[in-house]
Design a binder for this molecule. Structure first.
Ligand SMILES: [Zn+2]
Ligand SMILES: [Zn+2]
Ligand SMILES: [Zn+2]
Ligand SMILES: [Zn+2]
Ligand SMILES: [Zn+2]
Ligand SMILES: [Zn+2]
Ligand SMILES: [Zn+2]
Length: 468
């Protein structure tokens, strides 16, 4: 192929400003594109040609002989060789500019001049990049794996990295350890403390380093019966049931434990114990019942203390009166007593009594009513003799209260009477009152009795004035 000089001049730039021939029109004309000699294909080349081709072209004698064919005139040739040109790598940044004859020498040192890789990888590498290429990117460079220290060519090292068995990498179980790749499988299956392991008892998976903690509570861990019974194959989660219902040697208490029997024995011996100890158990039960009776009594008194009347007025409901009267007629001196009541919270403790069939002067004809002074909690602080007036009222239970006509009797205590002195622990059985309070005849009249019930009010008044 034949290239024109125009192509040649495209490759070589002629800076007109610094050209030594810029004043010589003739010389300029000698390289003018208007002159179109032909040269052989290996003489001149555009910048796309490989460097070795350029080298061939730039072989000075070769070029000279070529040019001598084109320009037989040695003066023209000299003139051309003296033309000032830029480096063929001008566009890539080379600032070199000088006579054409010196281009060859420049290209040997031009940093932008590409050269074949000296390791013969076949790549063209700009001189400036050659060192980097040989060190880092040349596929034929010699390189050593830092982990296994084997030598590789650059290309095979790239394949090797990421596969090297000696490279330490983090364990995928996140145990935090770095393990050589070749040992990782062994680590993950063996000594990695974050590997999943199945509990040998319950078969569930746990992280290896939590297994010890799991075993302390795993329900399927075999345990021995603390009573050393002969049961085998007991596991932790069944132990409670075993101790409660199944263990033959677990000690049970006698059913009469709460009554005081201290017997304890294995399940099988309990029945025998019960059979043989009936009298003992009966004795225990009796004393328990007695104890409980005392408790009940003390509870009752505590309860009555709570419900005590401190108002000084007692309304006494006497029900089933006809039965009580019948009983009184056959039983001499039968007395009904009222619940105790107080004249005030810290006052005298009193109790009313009623003889349905009368007493003393009223016997067999009247009901008699009395008041008794009982030993009270605060007697030591009270005035003696007792001096409050006392009134008894039998209510007429008429449906219209305005027509009602109650019966009332009252008295002011006589300070000389023994009944009104401070009572001893064993008070007199009789109090003070009215043996002929209401006659049996009168009781049947009006509405004193209704539904076989009568109401008697006992009112204590500290003012001594007899209430009306
Ligand atoms: Zn250059
Ligand atoms: Zn290379
Ligand atoms: Zn390696
Ligand atoms: Zn690990
Ligand atoms: Zn388990
Ligand atoms: Zn057991
Ligand atoms: Zn017992």
């Amino acid at each position: 192929m034949v290239r024109s000089l125009a192509q040649w001049t495209k490759t070589l730039s002629f800076p007109s400003r610094i050209s030594p021939n810029k004043n010589s029109k003739e010389n300029v004309n000698t390289v003018s594109p208007t002159v179109t000699p032909t040269i052989s294909s290996n003489s001149l080349s555009p910048p796309c040609l490989k460097n070795n081709e350029i080298n061939n072209i730039m072989n000075e004698s070769h070029l000279t002989s070529e040019l001598s064919q084109i320009y037989p005139d040695p003066d023209s040739e000299k003139s051309i060789m003296s033309s000032v040109v830029y480096c063929i790598h001008h566009k890539e940044g080379c600032k070199w500019s000088d006579e054409l004859r010196k281009l060859k020498a420049h290209l040997n040192t031009c940093k932008h001049d590409a050269k074949p890789c000296t390791s013969n990888c076949g790549a063209q590498i700009p001189r400036v990049l050659m060192e980097d290429h040989l060190k880092y990117t040349c596929p034929l460079r010699r390189a050593r794996c830092e982990f296994c220290t084997k030598d590789f060519t650059g290309e095979s090292l790239e394949n090797h990295i990421g596969n090297c068995g000696y490279e330490p990498i983090y364990c995928e179980n996140k145990c935090g350890l770095k393990i050589q790749r070749r040992l990782l499988g062994q680590h993950k299956g063996g000594d990695c403390f974050k590997r999943l392991v199945a509990c040998r008892y319950c078969k569930k998976d746990f992280v290896a380093d939590t297994m010890a903690a799991h075993h302390t509570k795993c329900g399927r861990v075999p345990v021995a019966c603390p009573n050393r019974c002969e049961t085998t194959g007991l596991v932790r989660e069944d132990m409670e049931l075993h101790m409660k219902d199944q263990c033959t040697t677990s000690l049970l208490c006698c059913a009469f434990k709460d009554a005081g029997c201290r017997f304890k024995g294995p399940r099988y011996s309990i029945e025998k114990h019960l059979e043989e100890n009936s009298p003992h158990h009966l004795t225990l039960m009796c004393s328990l019942v007695t104890k409980q009776q005392h408790q009940i009594a003390s509870l009752k008194s505590a309860l009555s203390r709570l419900s005590l009347n401190y108002s000084g007025t007692l309304i006494w409901k006497v029900s089933d009166f006809s039965a009580k009267m019948a009983e009184a007629k056959t039983k001499e001196g039968m007395e009904l007593v009222s619940p105790p009541f107080y004249t005030s919270q810290y006052g005298y403790k009193l109790q009313a009594s009623l003889f349905p069939n009368g007493n003393g002067a009223g016997e067999d004809s009247h009901i008699s009513v009395y008041i008794k002074i009982l030993p009270g909690e605060y007697d030591a602080l009270l005035r003696w003799p007792f001096a409050h007036s006392v009134s008894f009222t039998l209510f007429d239970q008429s449906t219209s209260p305005e027509k009602a006509c109650n019966i009332m009797e009252s008295f002011i205590p006589d300070p000389t009477w023994k009944n009104f002195q401070r009572p001893s622990k064993e008070p007199d059985s009789l109090g003070f009152g009215f043996p002929r309070f209401v006659s049996h005849e009168m009781l049947k009249k009006r509405h004193f009795m209704k539904d076989d019930t009568m109401f008697v009010r006992v009112k204590v008044d500290p003012s001594k004035i007899v209430a009306v």
